[in-house]
Design a protein around this ligand. Structure first.
Ligand code: SF4
Length: 486
């Protein structure tokens, strides 16, 4: 994957010009923002709870080898199988080997961003294995041949009218069908998939090392069916999903739904510990967990990026981000979007691959505020910008402009000369015309550059403010006291 500036520009412009898509994303994210604020407000000391969750995650990352080893041991004690995959190719191969070895031809899947990351559906398809998504949003996207645009609401960008047309085309439902009618139809169609599939593939929200359990959190019940009806259950997870103790799970189960959709709790939480035991009435006969690195070791070893591995994929930073709301998830060019995508994509793939993303931010700080595990996203975006510039990847007019600005600010004589020259700058409606400084021309296509003031602050300071310009009250407004009286 390589997201070039023009690709980001083109994708975001397409989205900006489509009012239906924009409206769908704005409505969805604003709804979740309101609910999140209320749900966070119900916790007596939400900052303390976030800090606790961040500390648990940080501790786990400090001892990741130990906890992954413990998780694997506990799963194997319960008769499950664990596969470690260094990259996406190994992860795909692990799943395909299990499927081929058991003669599986039909798979049902529940939502998993990791499976998107490793392009599992494409691999299953190429191997002649039919895989059907069971999450309603994912099912809609699969039928449309699209990828998720949001880590919690994959089809958030889809206006209702497009879903109505899709269901009408595929399943013959009315073009004015209600949401309940569409859901009932989807349930009817997907139910057959559970019954005919011999393998279920799920993601993992948390994996508890001390018990060897994997946990899925969802609202539709499809993950529970995916993990319990087919004969074989394969769970795929990024290696950062492990937490040490079952006692810590409660904190994450309080924070995740509140941060994600403003719910106190999701409708279904499944804690799966190995395959079905002989005395148990239901569950899969075989359980496999595929633990995927795919660049995460590199992120872990990077002191400025490793906190990104605390992420519990709640999507709150996407919902609150003014850039995400404007350009939608597909503009980010890979699986993860919004502020966490702008950090995680370059961190996982290398800054060369996604150098534009850290610049897709207003640095307003909202993402860092809402994050339930206190990931300092704004600071990380600034760090990645520095890396992009220092690697010469953003050697554009902006980088040259910054170098010039730096020289100006560190040489007083140069600064004074520039100030004197600035007085003669052309101006139009109080701004610098686009023709004045060619280096700013591109930057000015969507912004105004205010023309320099007729008198610099230094001049005013030296000569003293005349009485008309001076503040009306007697306060010094922070100026060093006594200076003007001399
Ligand atoms: S970075 Fe924080 S807010 Fe964003 S998805 Fe991850 S946990 Fe949620």
């Amino acid at each position: 994957m390589k997201l070039e500036i023009d690709q980001f520009d083109a994708a975001s412009k397409r989205f900006l010009l489509n009012q239906e898509l924009q409206g769908a994303v704005m409505r969805g994210t604003e709804n979740w923002n309101l609910k999140r604020t209320t749900a966070y407000g119900e916790i007596e000391d939400v900052e303390a709870m976030k800090q606790y969750a961040a500390t648990v995650k940080e501790h786990t990352l400090d001892h990741l080898d130990y906890y992954l080893g413990l998780l694997a041991d506990k799963i194997e004690e319960r008769g499950g199988h664990v596969h470690f995959a260094q990259d996406a190719a190994q992860a795909r191969e692990a799943v395909l080997t299990i499927a081929r070895g058991r003669g599986s031809r039909r798979v049902v899947k529940s939502k998993s961003m990791l499976s998107e990351e490793i392009e599992l559906n494409e691999a299953l398809d190429t191997a002649g294995i039919r895989a059907v998504e069971s999450d309603l949003g994912e099912y809609i996207l699969q039928m449309e041949g699209e990828h998720p645009s949001h880590i919690v609401g994959p089809a958030l960008h889809k206006p209702k009218v497009e879903v109505l047309k899709l269901f009408h085309r595929l399943h013959g439902t009315a073009l004015d069908a209600t949401v309940d009618q569409l859901t009932a139809k989807a349930r009817e169609v997907i139910r057959d998939e559970y019954l005919s599939a011999d393998m279920g593939i799920s993601g993992v929200n948390f994996a508890v090392a001390e018990t060897g359990s994997v946990v899925t959190v969802e609202n539709e019940g499809n993950a529970r069916l995916t993990t319990s009806v087919p004969r074989i259950h394969v769970a795929v997870m990024g290696m950062e999903k492990v937490i040490p103790r079952i006692a810590d799970l409660g904190v994450f189960l309080k924070l995740l739904p509140r941060a994600a959709t403003g719910q106190r709790s999701t409708s279904f939480v499944s804690v799966i510990t190995g395959p079905k035991l002989p005395e148990e009435p239901e569950g899969p006969e075989e359980f496999h967990l595929v633990i995927v690195d795919n660049g995460r070791s590199g992120v872990l070893a990077d002191p400025e990026m490793r906190t990104a591995l605390r992420c519990i994929r709640c999507g709150a930073c996407l919902n609150t981000c003014p850039v995400y709301q404007q350009v939608g998830g597909h503009s980010y060019g890979w699986v993860y979007s919004g502020p966490i995508g702008s950090v995680l994509n370059p961190a996982l793939l290398g800054i060369e691959e996604a150098k534009i993303l850290p610049f897709a931010s207003s640095l307003c700080g909202a993402c860092g505020e809402v994050c339930p595990v206190k990931i300092p996203l704004p600071q990380m975006l600034v760090t990645l910008r520095e890396r992009a510039v220092s690697h010469g990847l953003m050697a554009t007019g902006e980088a040259a402009g910054m170098s010039g600005f730096s020289a100006l600010m560190s040489h007083p004589t140069l600064y004074r000369l520039a100030n004197a020259a600035a007085r003669f700058a052309p101006r139009k409606d109080g701004n610098l015309p686009r023709t004045a400084l060619p280096i700013l021309r591109e930057w000015q296509t969507s912004r105004n550059f205010p023309a320099p003031a007729p008198k610099s602050f230094h001049d005013l300071w030296r000569t003293g403010l005349d009485r008309e310009e001076a503040p009306k009250d007697d306060s010094t407004h922070g100026r060093p006291t006594g200076e003007r009286e001399k």
